[in-house]
Design a protein around this ligand. Structure first.
Ligand SMILES: [Zn+2]
Length: 434
């Protein structure tokens, strides 16, 4: 890949038409000047044209050389590209691409991804084009039919759903922009207050996290956006005073104190310990850096942390996951690609077939954040646990599926397939995977 990147850099440097265009412009100027000279004095035509010959020829040569250089850079990149992504060496696509028939499902994932990424213009063009070319679905494929109906419900021309989603996501981006770029917590705090009941029922700490950061910002002498409307602060009458760092070193802690008095009572019960810590930290204000509370007040990732929490809560209130499913699927796919490539190569070489449709024939290691459901695969039957066939733990601690347990024990005392201990199937306990 490094070679290809080097070639790309060379292409960016040499493959541009900038110099060629400049040289063409220069030649045009030369010709125009000659034309003007002849127009002004027709008798000078012969000598002007004679004088023009050499510079024009040189100019053409220059342009030719410019083009040669571009051509060379393009060819060289093309060669490197073909070498890297050799079509002949490419792994053939699996004969039955399981996603191929589910156009509506894929369109939906793409549209939602664009909307939640804030690419509203691209999203509406995509939705428009997807509506102009609906997939042809035979009535026998009820799953796809259902998906297409769901798409039409949400994204067909003039439906409100996509507009509502767009509005919601533009709210989200506005709040995130204020957080990340302007270090302004107010819009996020307002949103959290508006949705306090729902957030509370989800056990979310978002509102407190935001208010705590606001407290820290004030304490350190910052303002972070307009002061809270219900804040009782005498020092804040003059708005220009909030623009610069307060001259008195006590101003910051006093502002923070005023903010805490107005905003923290609502959190008193649930976050008593955290509030106490902040209050204790305040007493160290002249040398906070040496106090045990320094981490509460100087947290480098605080803004990014609240932005992440906010995104997660905002999306979950819309019934969406914090990360775009398309992003997760594409990333997981990219991680799995080398394994899959190897598998298809092996398959082609040994002419073996993939025996089951629903199960991957190879294990694809993904990072833990990509595990969404704990899965138990029975070491005896190699089948995945289901509600009807749950994992069972024998007294020795080994776990197999209920069906395997029934098959191995045949209802009587039996020996564990993995250790010498014997037990009765009725002693096995069902295992619940959270
Ligand atoms: Zn055992």
């Amino acid at each position: 890949m490094d070679e290809l990147l080097a070639e790309q850099r060379r292409l960016e440097k040499d493959g541009s038409f900038k110099t060629a265009i400049k040289d063409v412009d220069k030649t045009l100027e030369l010709l125009q000047a000659a034309r003007d000279a002849i127009a002004a004095d027709p008798s000078s035509a012969a000598i002007t044209l004679a004088k023009l010959q050499t510079p024009v020829q040189q100019a053409f040569e220059g342009i030719n050389n410019d083009l040669k250089k571009i051509n060379k850079a393009q060819k060289s990149y093309d060669k490197a590209f073909s070498k890297k992504f050799d079509q002949k060496k490419a792994v053939p696509m699996p004969p039955n691409d399981p996603l191929a028939p589910h156009t509506s499902l894929i369109n939906r994932a793409i549209a939602m991804h664009l909307l939640r990424e804030g690419q509203f213009g691209v999203a509406s063009t995509f939705i428009e084009e997807a509506n102009a070319h609906p997939p042809s679905i035979s009535s026998t494929r009820s799953f796809d039919l259902h998906q297409q109906q769901a798409w039409e419900q949400d994204f067909a021309d003039g439906t409100l759903k996509s507009e509502v989603l767009q509005r919601q996501f533009s709210d989200m981006y506005y709040i995130l922009h204020e957080l990340r770029t302007n270090e302004n917590l107010q819009p996020a705090i307002e949103w959290a207050r508006k949705n306090a009941a729902t957030l509370e029922s989800r056990g979310s700490n978002l509102e407190f996290e935001l208010c705590r950061l606001q407290f820290v910002v004030l304490f350190s002498g910052g303002t972070s956006g307009p002061p809270d409307a219900d804040m009782d602060m005498d020092t804040d009458d003059d708005p220009s005073a909030t623009q610069k760092t307060p001259p008195n070193p006590l101003d910051g802690p006093l502002r923070a104190w005023a903010y805490a008095r107005s905003s923290f009572p609502a959190f008193q019960i649930r976050y008593q310990k955290e509030i106490q810590q902040l209050a204790c930290g305040m007493s160290f204000y002249p040398n906070l850096t040496d106090s045990p509370y320094v981490s509460l007040f100087a947290n480098g990732s605080a803004w990014e942390d609240v932005a992440t929490s906010f995104t997660r809560e905002f999306c979950s209130l819309l019934g969406l996951s914090a990360d775009s499913p398309l992003y997760v699927a594409a990333t997981a796919g990219a991680i799995a690609l080398p394994k899959m490539k190897k598998y298809y190569e092996m398959k082609a070489k040994h002419k073996t077939e993939w025996s089951t449709v629903v199960e991957m024939p190879v294990e694809v290691p993904l990072p833990p954040s990509y595990y969404f459901h704990p899965i138990f695969v029975c070491p005896v039957s190699r089948e995945q646990a289901t509600d009807a066939n749950p994992p069972m733990m024998m007294p020795c601690g080994h776990v197999i599926l209920q069906e395997s347990l029934a098959n191995t024990s045949k209802g009587a005392r039996f020996k564990c397939p993995y250790c010498p201990s014997e037990s009765h199937p009725r002693d096995a306990r069902k295992v619940f995977l959270a």
